[in-house]
Design a protein around this ligand. Structure first.
Ligand SMILES: Nc1ncnc2c1ncn2[C@@H]1O[C@H](COP(=O)(O)OP(=O)(O)OP(=O)(O)O)[C@@H](O)[C@H]1O
Ligand SMILES: [Mg+2]
Length: 280
C-alpha cells in the first residue's frame, strides 16, 4: 500500500517570501506524525498544499498515492483548518450534514451520531455553533474532518483553543484514530502533547525540515544522576548504557545507592536546538 502522505522537494514561494524550501516528508499508513515549527515556518503552507488549496511552486505531494488536490486524494483525506468558522446559526448535527453533502458521504444520521459521540458532543447535537464554547467548536471541527471515513487527516492546530481536559479528550481521540488505522499529520505548538501522542515528529524551520524522527530517537543523553548518602552525584555525558557500570563502581567504593536516573533531552530542548535563531 502507498504511504498516506508524501511530499518530495516541495517549494512554495509567495512573491519574495519562500514559505517552503525543499521539503521531503512521508506519513505512513496509520502513522501519527507531529509537525512542529515556529510561527511562519511553513507548516500550514505544507498542509494546504497537501489539501490542494495552495499550489506548490515546485515539487510533488500525494495523498494515499494520488496527486494532492485530485478528486481521489480529496476523497481519501479529511482536513481541519487552522482558522475555521462554521455558521453560528447551524447546529452541530447540521454542520456534519453539510459536510456529508460536500464529501458525498452516504453515512446518514448513523455516521453523524457516531462522530459526535467520538468527540464527546453527543449531548450537544442540537446546539447551535454560536452557543458552543471554542473547545466544543474545535471538537466539532475534528468530527467534521472525519466525515466520509478518510484514511488520512490533516489537523492544523486542533487543540489550540482547548483547556487541558479538552486536550486530553483530543489526545484519546487521536489514539482511537490510530487504533482504527487512520494516519494523521498534526500541526501543533504544544510540544508535550506531541511527545505524548505522536509516533514521529518533524521540525520545520524557515521552510526546511531541520530534524525528524521518533521522539525517543531525537532525545540525546544528558547524563546519569545517582542518589548516594552524600546527596546526588551527576555524571554528565553518561547515558543509559553507562548506568550499570557507574552503580557498580559506586557500590564497590562502599557507597549506598538509593536511586538512579538517566537524563535525556526533552522535546523542548531538541526543538529549540533544531530551530536555533528561528525560535523568536
Ligand atoms: N497567502 C499568502 N501570501 C503571502 N505569504 C504567505 C501566505 N501564506 C503564508 N505566507 C507566508 O509564508 C510563510 C509561512 O506561513 P505558514 O502560514 O505556512 O506558517 P506556519 O508555520 O503555519 O505558522 P503559524 O505557526 O504561525 O501558523 C510566512 O512567512 C507567511 O507570512
Ligand atoms: Mg499555521
Amino acid at each position: 500500500m502507498s504511504a498516506a502522505f508524501t511530499a518530495r522537494g516541495l517549494v512554495k514561494r509567495y512573491g519574495a517570501v519562500t514559505a517552503l524550501d525543499g521539503v521531503d516528508l512521508d506519513v505512513e499508513e496509520g502513522e501519527l506524525v507531529g509537525l512542529l515549527g515556529p510561527n511562519g515556518a511553513g507548516k500550514s503552507t505544507l498542509v494546504k498544499i497537501g489539501c490542494g488549496l495552495v499550489r506548490a511552486t515546485a515539487g510533488e505531494a500525494a495523498v494515499c498515492g494520488s496527486r494532492a488536490g485530485s478528486a481521489q486524494a480529496r476523497a481519501a483525506m479529511g482536513y481541519l483548518a487552522e482558522l475555521f468558522r462554521f455558521p453560528g446559526w447551524s447546529s452541530a448535527d447540521e454542520v456534519l450534514l453539510l459536510h456529508q453533502r460536500l464529501a458525498r458521504s452516504s453515512g446518514g444520521p448513523g455516521e453523524r451520531g457516531e462522530l459526535l459521540e467520538l468527540v464527546g458532543l453527543a449531548d450537544a447535537h442540537a446546539r447551535r455553533v454560536e452557543d458552543m464554547s471554542k473547545g466544543m467548536q474545535q471538537r466539532l471541527g475534528i468530527a467534521q474532518a472525519l466525515v466520509g471515513s478518510p484514511r488520512f487527516l490533516f489537523l492544523d492546530e486542533p487543540t489550540s483553543a482547548l483547556d487541558p481536559g479538552g486536550r486530553r479528550t483530543v489526545r484519546r481521540l487521536l489514539e482511537e484514530l490510530r487504533s482504527r488505522g487512520i494516519a494523521v499529520l498534526l500541526n501543533s505548538h504544544l510540544l508535550s502533547e506531541i511527545e505524548l501522542v505522536c509516533d514521529r515528529v518533524a521540525i520545520l524551520s524557515r521552510g526546511r525540515i531541520v530534524a525528524e524522527g521518533r521522539p525517543s530517537e531525537l532525545a540525546r543523553p544528558r547524563g546519569v544522576e545517582v542518589d548516594v548518602d552524600g546527596g546526588t552525584r551527576v555524571f554528565t555525558g553518561a547515558g543509559r548504557a553507562d548506568a550499570p557500570r557507574l552503580v557498580a563502581d559506586l557500590v564497590a567504593a562502599g557507597e549506598h545507592v538509593y536511586g538512579v536516573r538517566v537524563l535525556e533531552s526533552t522535546l523542548e530542548e531538541i526543538y529549540l536546538e533544531a530551530v536555533g535563531e528561528d525560535a523568536g
